[in-house]
Design a binder for this molecule. Structure first.
Ligand SMILES: N[C@@H](CCC[C@H](N)C(=O)O)C(=O)O
Length: 285
Protein backbone atom coordinates (compact mmCIF):
# COMPACT_ATOMS: atom_id res chain seq x y z
CA UNK A 1 0.00 0.00 0.00
CA UNK A 2 1.14 3.48 -0.77
CA UNK A 3 2.19 5.20 2.49
CA UNK A 4 1.36 8.55 0.84
CA UNK A 5 -2.37 7.78 0.60
CA UNK A 6 -4.24 10.51 2.51
CA UNK A 7 -6.07 9.11 5.52
CA UNK A 8 -9.53 9.98 4.18
CA UNK A 9 -8.97 7.82 1.07
CA UNK A 10 -9.31 4.09 1.41
CA UNK A 11 -6.41 2.19 -0.11
CA UNK A 12 -6.78 -1.51 -0.71
CA UNK A 13 -4.76 -4.50 -1.87
CA UNK A 14 -6.18 -7.34 -3.93
CA UNK A 15 -4.59 -10.70 -3.10
CA UNK A 16 -5.45 -14.32 -3.70
CA UNK A 17 -4.55 -17.64 -2.09
CA UNK A 18 -4.84 -20.30 -4.81
CA UNK A 19 -7.30 -18.09 -6.67
CA UNK A 20 -9.52 -17.47 -3.62
CA UNK A 21 -9.40 -13.68 -3.89
CA UNK A 22 -10.20 -10.95 -1.38
CA UNK A 23 -9.87 -7.20 -1.07
CA UNK A 24 -7.60 -6.43 1.93
CA UNK A 25 -7.80 -3.18 3.84
CA UNK A 26 -5.82 -1.83 6.78
CA UNK A 27 -8.06 -0.76 9.66
CA UNK A 28 -5.01 0.30 11.71
CA UNK A 29 -4.42 2.99 9.11
CA UNK A 30 -8.11 3.64 8.36
CA UNK A 31 -9.90 3.32 11.73
CA UNK A 32 -13.02 4.95 10.19
CA UNK A 33 -13.56 1.58 8.46
CA UNK A 34 -14.66 0.09 11.75
CA UNK A 35 -17.52 2.58 11.94
CA UNK A 36 -18.81 1.60 8.48
CA UNK A 37 -21.51 -0.81 7.45
CA UNK A 38 -19.01 -3.55 6.63
CA UNK A 39 -21.49 -6.07 5.14
CA UNK A 40 -22.60 -3.37 2.70
CA UNK A 41 -18.99 -2.40 1.92
CA UNK A 42 -18.14 -6.03 1.20
CA UNK A 43 -21.11 -6.42 -1.16
CA UNK A 44 -20.08 -3.25 -3.05
CA UNK A 45 -16.34 -3.95 -3.28
CA UNK A 46 -16.74 -7.66 -4.12
CA UNK A 47 -19.02 -7.05 -7.08
CA UNK A 48 -17.14 -8.29 -10.16
CA UNK A 49 -18.89 -5.87 -12.52
CA UNK A 50 -19.46 -2.70 -10.50
CA UNK A 51 -16.87 -3.04 -7.73
CA UNK A 52 -13.28 -4.26 -7.43
CA UNK A 53 -14.36 -7.87 -7.78
CA UNK A 54 -13.51 -10.56 -5.22
CA UNK A 55 -14.80 -13.43 -3.10
CA UNK A 56 -15.10 -10.96 -0.21
CA UNK A 57 -13.46 -8.33 1.98
CA UNK A 58 -10.79 -8.86 4.66
CA UNK A 59 -9.93 -6.27 7.30
CA UNK A 60 -6.66 -6.19 9.19
CA UNK A 61 -7.66 -4.64 12.51
CA UNK A 62 -6.21 -3.89 15.94
CA UNK A 63 -6.77 -6.88 18.24
CA UNK A 64 -9.66 -6.84 20.73
CA UNK A 65 -8.71 -5.67 24.17
CA UNK A 66 -9.37 -8.28 26.83
CA UNK A 67 -9.43 -7.60 30.57
CA UNK A 68 -7.62 -10.77 31.53
CA UNK A 69 -6.28 -12.78 28.68
CA UNK A 70 -3.09 -14.22 27.31
CA UNK A 71 0.06 -12.38 28.48
CA UNK A 72 0.72 -10.87 25.06
CA UNK A 73 -2.18 -9.77 22.85
CA UNK A 74 -2.48 -11.10 19.28
CA UNK A 75 -0.56 -9.12 16.64
CA UNK A 76 -3.75 -8.22 14.79
CA UNK A 77 -7.32 -9.28 14.24
CA UNK A 78 -8.60 -10.54 10.88
CA UNK A 79 -12.26 -9.96 10.00
CA UNK A 80 -13.59 -11.53 6.82
CA UNK A 81 -16.80 -10.76 4.98
CA UNK A 82 -18.17 -12.90 2.18
CA UNK A 83 -19.29 -11.37 -1.13
CA UNK A 84 -22.91 -11.35 0.14
CA UNK A 85 -21.88 -9.33 3.21
CA UNK A 86 -22.10 -12.15 5.76
CA UNK A 87 -19.18 -12.43 8.17
CA UNK A 88 -17.25 -15.73 8.29
CA UNK A 89 -15.45 -16.91 11.42
CA UNK A 90 -12.29 -17.93 9.58
CA UNK A 91 -10.65 -17.94 6.17
CA UNK A 92 -7.70 -20.24 5.56
CA UNK A 93 -6.53 -18.63 2.33
CA UNK A 94 -7.26 -15.19 3.73
CA UNK A 95 -5.18 -15.58 6.88
CA UNK A 96 -2.03 -16.35 4.87
CA UNK A 97 -2.51 -13.28 2.71
CA UNK A 98 -3.41 -11.22 5.79
CA UNK A 99 -0.08 -12.09 7.42
CA UNK A 100 1.83 -11.14 4.26
CA UNK A 101 -0.16 -7.89 4.14
CA UNK A 102 0.66 -7.18 7.81
CA UNK A 103 4.38 -7.94 7.41
CA UNK A 104 4.71 -5.92 4.18
CA UNK A 105 3.12 -2.91 5.89
CA UNK A 106 5.10 -3.14 9.11
CA UNK A 107 2.06 -4.04 11.23
CA UNK A 108 4.08 -7.11 12.17
CA UNK A 109 7.89 -7.10 12.24
CA UNK A 110 9.70 -8.88 9.40
CA UNK A 111 11.35 -11.37 11.73
CA UNK A 112 8.43 -11.91 14.05
CA UNK A 113 7.30 -15.35 12.95
CA UNK A 114 5.20 -16.87 14.51
CA UNK A 115 2.41 -14.30 14.31
CA UNK A 116 -0.68 -14.57 16.50
CA UNK A 117 -3.85 -13.70 14.60
CA UNK A 118 -7.19 -13.17 16.30
CA UNK A 119 -10.03 -14.72 14.25
CA UNK A 120 -13.64 -15.75 14.83
CA UNK A 121 -12.13 -19.16 15.65
CA UNK A 122 -9.85 -17.87 18.39
CA UNK A 123 -6.22 -16.86 18.16
CA UNK A 124 -4.32 -18.88 15.53
CA UNK A 125 -0.57 -19.16 15.09
CA UNK A 126 0.89 -18.41 11.67
CA UNK A 127 4.52 -19.03 10.72
CA UNK A 128 6.27 -17.53 7.73
CA UNK A 129 9.68 -17.71 6.07
CA UNK A 130 11.34 -14.93 4.16
CA UNK A 131 12.44 -15.88 0.64
CA UNK A 132 15.83 -15.13 -0.95
CA UNK A 133 14.48 -11.77 -2.15
CA UNK A 134 13.68 -10.77 1.45
CA UNK A 135 9.94 -11.11 0.83
CA UNK A 136 7.42 -13.16 2.78
CA UNK A 137 7.63 -16.66 1.29
CA UNK A 138 6.08 -19.86 2.58
CA UNK A 139 3.34 -19.29 5.16
CA UNK A 140 1.84 -22.04 7.31
CA UNK A 141 -1.10 -21.82 9.66
CA UNK A 142 -2.04 -23.90 12.67
CA UNK A 143 -5.73 -24.16 11.75
CA UNK A 144 -6.78 -25.36 15.21
CA UNK A 145 -8.67 -28.47 16.24
CA UNK A 146 -11.65 -29.46 14.06
CA UNK A 147 -14.99 -29.88 15.81
CA UNK A 148 -17.46 -32.56 14.82
CA UNK A 149 -20.43 -32.43 17.22
CA UNK A 150 -23.68 -31.33 15.59
CA UNK A 151 -24.07 -28.44 18.04
CA UNK A 152 -20.65 -27.09 17.01
CA UNK A 153 -21.29 -27.19 13.25
CA UNK A 154 -24.15 -26.13 13.84
CA UNK A 155 -26.59 -28.68 12.41
CA UNK A 156 -30.09 -29.45 13.67
CA UNK A 157 -32.93 -31.92 13.11
CA UNK A 158 -30.83 -34.59 11.36
CA UNK A 159 -32.75 -37.78 11.90
CA UNK A 160 -31.24 -40.05 14.55
CA UNK A 161 -28.44 -37.61 15.45
CA UNK A 162 -28.20 -35.98 18.90
CA UNK A 163 -26.63 -32.55 19.34
CA UNK A 164 -23.40 -33.95 20.84
CA UNK A 165 -22.95 -36.54 18.10
CA UNK A 166 -20.79 -36.28 14.99
CA UNK A 167 -22.23 -36.66 11.49
CA UNK A 168 -19.78 -38.94 9.71
CA UNK A 169 -20.81 -40.64 6.47
CA UNK A 170 -24.43 -40.17 7.48
CA UNK A 171 -26.84 -41.68 4.91
CA UNK A 172 -29.07 -39.13 3.15
CA UNK A 173 -31.44 -38.98 0.22
CA UNK A 174 -29.55 -36.70 -2.20
CA UNK A 175 -32.78 -35.93 -4.04
CA UNK A 176 -33.80 -33.82 -1.01
CA UNK A 177 -31.18 -31.24 -2.12
CA UNK A 178 -32.25 -30.60 -5.68
CA UNK A 179 -33.78 -31.79 -8.94
CA UNK A 180 -34.27 -35.55 -9.27
CA UNK A 181 -31.04 -37.47 -9.93
CA UNK A 182 -28.73 -34.38 -10.07
CA UNK A 183 -26.09 -36.54 -8.36
CA UNK A 184 -26.04 -39.57 -10.68
CA UNK A 185 -23.66 -38.34 -13.40
CA UNK A 186 -20.90 -37.30 -10.97
CA UNK A 187 -21.39 -40.38 -8.79
CA UNK A 188 -22.08 -38.35 -5.63
CA UNK A 189 -22.35 -40.83 -2.77
CA UNK A 190 -25.51 -40.62 -0.60
CA UNK A 191 -23.65 -39.82 2.63
CA UNK A 192 -22.53 -36.58 4.27
CA UNK A 193 -19.82 -35.69 6.79
CA UNK A 194 -19.88 -32.45 8.78
CA UNK A 195 -16.79 -30.63 10.08
CA UNK A 196 -16.30 -27.27 11.78
CA UNK A 197 -12.98 -25.49 11.33
CA UNK A 198 -14.51 -22.58 13.25
CA UNK A 199 -16.81 -22.24 10.23
CA UNK A 200 -19.21 -24.95 9.00
CA UNK A 201 -18.49 -27.46 6.23
CA UNK A 202 -20.30 -30.40 4.66
CA UNK A 203 -18.32 -32.93 2.62
CA UNK A 204 -19.69 -35.30 -0.03
CA UNK A 205 -17.55 -37.90 -1.76
CA UNK A 206 -17.88 -38.64 -5.48
CA UNK A 207 -16.72 -41.38 -7.80
CA UNK A 208 -17.29 -39.62 -11.15
CA UNK A 209 -16.20 -36.37 -12.73
CA UNK A 210 -16.62 -33.37 -10.41
CA UNK A 211 -17.35 -31.23 -13.50
CA UNK A 212 -20.68 -33.03 -13.76
CA UNK A 213 -21.99 -31.56 -10.50
CA UNK A 214 -24.47 -28.74 -11.21
CA UNK A 215 -22.84 -26.71 -8.42
CA UNK A 216 -24.53 -23.38 -9.11
CA UNK A 217 -27.93 -25.08 -8.69
CA UNK A 218 -27.17 -27.53 -5.88
CA UNK A 219 -24.68 -25.38 -3.90
CA UNK A 220 -27.25 -22.78 -2.79
CA UNK A 221 -29.85 -25.45 -1.99
CA UNK A 222 -27.45 -27.26 0.37
CA UNK A 223 -26.00 -24.00 1.78
CA UNK A 224 -29.51 -22.89 2.78
CA UNK A 225 -30.92 -26.30 3.85
CA UNK A 226 -32.83 -26.12 7.16
CA UNK A 227 -30.38 -28.60 8.74
CA UNK A 228 -27.79 -25.81 8.74
CA UNK A 229 -29.11 -22.79 10.68
CA UNK A 230 -25.89 -20.79 10.08
CA UNK A 231 -25.78 -21.98 6.44
CA UNK A 232 -22.79 -24.06 5.36
CA UNK A 233 -19.79 -24.34 2.99
CA UNK A 234 -20.27 -27.27 0.61
CA UNK A 235 -17.52 -29.52 -0.80
CA UNK A 236 -17.60 -32.36 -3.30
CA UNK A 237 -14.45 -34.43 -3.23
CA UNK A 238 -12.95 -37.24 -5.20
CA UNK A 239 -10.23 -39.10 -3.29
CA UNK A 240 -7.56 -40.74 -5.43
CA UNK A 241 -6.81 -44.34 -4.49
CA UNK A 242 -3.82 -44.33 -2.12
CA UNK A 243 -0.73 -45.84 -3.66
CA UNK A 244 2.06 -47.11 -1.39
CA UNK A 245 4.64 -45.33 -3.57
CA UNK A 246 2.96 -41.99 -2.93
CA UNK A 247 4.22 -39.81 -0.14
CA UNK A 248 0.80 -38.40 0.51
CA UNK A 249 -2.87 -38.83 -0.29
CA UNK A 250 -4.48 -36.82 -3.08
CA UNK A 251 -7.94 -35.62 -3.84
CA UNK A 252 -9.77 -33.18 -6.10
CA UNK A 253 -12.47 -30.94 -4.74
CA UNK A 254 -15.08 -28.42 -5.82
CA UNK A 255 -16.35 -25.90 -3.36
CA UNK A 256 -19.51 -23.86 -2.96
CA UNK A 257 -18.73 -21.26 -0.30
CA UNK A 258 -21.31 -19.93 2.07
CA UNK A 259 -21.91 -16.33 1.06
CA UNK A 260 -19.59 -16.29 -1.96
CA UNK A 261 -20.66 -19.10 -4.30
CA UNK A 262 -18.21 -21.30 -6.20
CA UNK A 263 -14.60 -20.37 -5.42
CA UNK A 264 -11.33 -21.66 -6.84
CA UNK A 265 -10.07 -22.79 -3.42
CA UNK A 266 -11.04 -22.76 0.25
CA UNK A 267 -8.45 -23.22 3.02
CA UNK A 268 -10.82 -24.16 5.83
CA UNK A 269 -12.65 -26.32 3.26
CA UNK A 270 -9.44 -28.15 2.31
CA UNK A 271 -8.84 -28.84 6.02
CA UNK A 272 -12.38 -30.14 6.47
CA UNK A 273 -11.92 -32.41 3.45
CA UNK A 274 -8.65 -33.74 4.95
CA UNK A 275 -10.44 -34.37 8.27
CA UNK A 276 -13.30 -36.12 6.47
CA UNK A 277 -10.77 -38.15 4.45
CA UNK A 278 -9.17 -39.43 7.67
CA UNK A 279 -12.55 -40.17 9.29
CA UNK A 280 -13.69 -42.04 6.17
CA UNK A 281 -10.43 -44.00 5.87
CA UNK A 282 -9.66 -42.41 2.49
CA UNK A 283 -6.53 -40.61 3.58
CA UNK A 284 -3.27 -42.08 4.82
CA UNK A 285 -1.82 -40.09 7.73
N1 LIG B 1 -12.39 -19.05 1.52
C1 LIG B 1 -12.27 -19.31 2.87
C2 LIG B 1 -13.48 -19.42 3.73
C3 LIG B 1 -14.27 -18.12 3.72
C4 LIG B 1 -15.45 -18.11 4.64
C5 LIG B 1 -16.57 -19.00 4.22
N2 LIG B 1 -17.19 -18.63 2.98
C6 LIG B 1 -17.61 -18.99 5.36
O1 LIG B 1 -18.57 -18.20 5.32
O2 LIG B 1 -17.45 -19.80 6.29
C7 LIG B 1 -11.11 -20.20 3.26
O3 LIG B 1 -10.11 -20.16 2.53
O4 LIG B 1 -11.14 -20.84 4.31
Amino acid sequence: MDPETPEHLLSFTKMNGLGNDYVYVDAFKHPFLLTMNLPHLSIMLSNRNFGIGSDGLILICPPSTVESGPPSPPDFKMRMFNADGSEGEMCGNGIRCAVKFAVDRGIVGRRESPVQVETGNGVLEVRFKMDEMGKVGLISVDMGVPKLACKDIPAVDIQGIEKDQAVISHPIDLNCFGPQDWHIKAGVQPFMTLVSMGNPHVVFTCTGDLKDIPLSVIGPLIEHHYWFPSRINVHFVKFKPFNLDDEMSYCEMRTWERGSGETLACGTGACSVAVAGVLLGQVEY
